[in-house]
Ligand binder design. Structure first.
Ligand code: FE2
Length: 259
């Protein structure tokens, strides 16, 4: 979808969500693979949509991440989100090379760079990390094939025939949609010693309401909560209308709770 078609639709959806919530709340946008690549899969990476979104929205209401390449992690100003936590928006979609992939990249350097200037509070303030890709690949349970129905015949042939011929199981969605470095990021987040909530966009299996908790393994590490924040689909507008699909998380200056 072109930015010209997508941006008004996004702004209308955003207004529908806010009117359902009944108040103006700050919104943070992070790019997903479908914002960067054709069908979410075919390169090259395209940055126009998010660049144009950034100049189209009201920056006092919507923080558009993903426009600071080569820096992939951005600290969202505390005055914008007003939460008792540090909020980081991470652009996990950066893939400068490769014709076919729905995956991305999560670099430890970016996480450390964005965390470095933060003061060492005691107890440490929680961390909320927003990104599109999930940190736990699920190739064992999610066996679904890449949906190529909307592609022209060459794309369908490439995805369903050529790809699995070249690389085993490469026609399976999960094999192409993992962000490189996700495991390292998981270890890094544990080492940062802050209660951490990771909200990601890519659905994992089972696709709805997915939430994984990782308790700290040592006294000096932190506990993580990984959660699928949203499944982008045609049902989003309906969900916005009848409030279904909204979760509630409580963030205090020392903890994060989910119910
Ligand atoms: Fe995705």
């Amino acid at each position: 979808m072109s930015p010209r078609a997508a941006i008004p639709r996004f702004l209308a959806l955003h207004e529908a969500i806010l009117s359902t919530l009944g108040q103006r709340v700050p919104t943070i946008l992070v790019p997903g693979n479908h914002d960067r690549r054709r069908w979410g899969l075919m390169g090259p990476q395209r940055d126009e949509l998010f660049d144009e979104l950034k100049s189209a929205v009201d920056p006092s209401e919507i923080f558009v991440a993903g426009c600071a390449t080569p820096f992939l992690a951005q600290l969202v100003p505390a005055g914008f989100h007003r939460l008792p936590a540090h909020v980081i928006a991470y652009d996990s979609t950066f893939l400068p090379t490769g014709l076919l992939s729905a995956g991305g990249m999560i670099r430890q350097e970016d996480l450390l760079q964005v965390m470095a200037p933060l003061s060492a509070e005691e107890p440490p303030l929680p961390l909320v990390l927003l990104m599109h890709h999930h940190l736990i690949p699920t190739p064992v349970t999610d066996m679904s094939q890449i949906d190529s129905r909307a592609m022209p015949w060459l794309g369908r042939w490439l995805v369903s025939r050529a790809l699995p011929w070249l690389v085993s199981n490469a026609d399976r969605e999960e094999m192409t949609m993992t962000a490189l470095g996700a495991g390292t990021a998981l270890s890094t987040l544990h080492a940062l010693r802050r209660p951490t909530l990771v909200l990601h966009g890519t659905s994992i299996f089972p696709p709805r309401g997915s939430c994984m908790a990782f308790r700290r393994t040592r006294a000096m590490s932190s506990s993580l909560l990984l959660e699928a924040a949203a499944v982008a689909s045609g049902s989003m507008r309906a969900a916005a209308r009848n409030r279904r699909g909204f979760g509630h998380r409580t963030i205090s200056s020392s903890s994060i709770t989910a119910r």
